[in-house]
Design a protein around this ligand. Sequence first.
Ligand code: A3P
Length: 329
Amino acid sequence: ATGPVPFKDLAGAVPVGLPTNDDDPKRMHVLICYQGTWVLDQHLPGIVSIQRSFVPRRGDVVLTSPPKCGTTWLKALAFATMARGAYPPARADEHPLSRLNPHDCVPFMEMLFAADPEQAKSKMDALPSPRLMATHMHHSILPSSIKDSADCKIIYICRDPKDMVVSLWHFARRAQPELSFPYMFEDFCDGTSAAGPIWDHVLGYWNASKEKPEKVLFLRYDEMLRDPAGNVRKLAQFVGQPFSPAEEEAGVAMDIVRLCSFDTLRNLVVNKAAAGSSSSPSPSSSPFANDSYFRKGEDGDWVNHVTPDMARRLDAVVEEKLRGSGLSF
Ligand code: A3P
């Protein structure tokens, strides 16, 4: 990139039902098409800054996902796994995840770098190794400092796009109750959703994981629900911290699963906090209320919102885009 990116020169600003953290409660985010991907306007300066200046450090792990695919859960699991030496997951009451929302444990890079790139850099520099961070950026727009560096690994999570659009709608409705599901669904099928087109998002990381399995770990929300401990073991192995025989004997993987389970996290005081609650203000890395990240935590809730016709339509779009990749939902 050369020089600052002028917002007004970027094509196709589309309003979406996600609140900004501005003072004006009626202002909604707009989506901007940036390098072939749809990004929230507030994240764009952060994305550009990450592209220009992010310097990886040996051991870095970047969690990547489209929104509403289990980012919060993955943050909790990765944090608990990688920090288990300092914070034993069996001692749940003393664990940082019992007093902090997972988004407060693992920074969201776009927001961090959008606020103040210099300060973001100092904050990142201050983090001890191995550092853990997260982004919704497509693989195609990650800087090569992340994509190609041997210092830095990527863990990706995605889910059935039908569940994703339903989760996104519930999330957005908290700020915009009148937002209709068919309206959001249309945009989603057109690829015009936060971090869309979703099939390109998934495919980018899928292909990267096939090409370099030691660099990119590809996880699926539905598979994690089916076998959380197996996936925690996979994650631990991938980041170079496999469970020792003594840890296996002690059931550490299951301790992590319990600590990060939907019911455990959702029922914590910190995560029950709604927007503006003084007992637990929204985390600095997210403008959203802590309780908004925990809704149902199930696979297949789409059947309650998506008609069979809609499902056929979205499935057909996704199937066509993923054809030949070896991946399907
Ligand atoms: P639903 O809306 O389908 O319930 P993200 O963290 O990327 O925003 O994704 C949010 C989705 O993950 C929501 O899905 C939320 O309920 C679910 N979720 C959050 N924490 C979870 C956990 N610990 N275990 C399983 N699902 C979780």
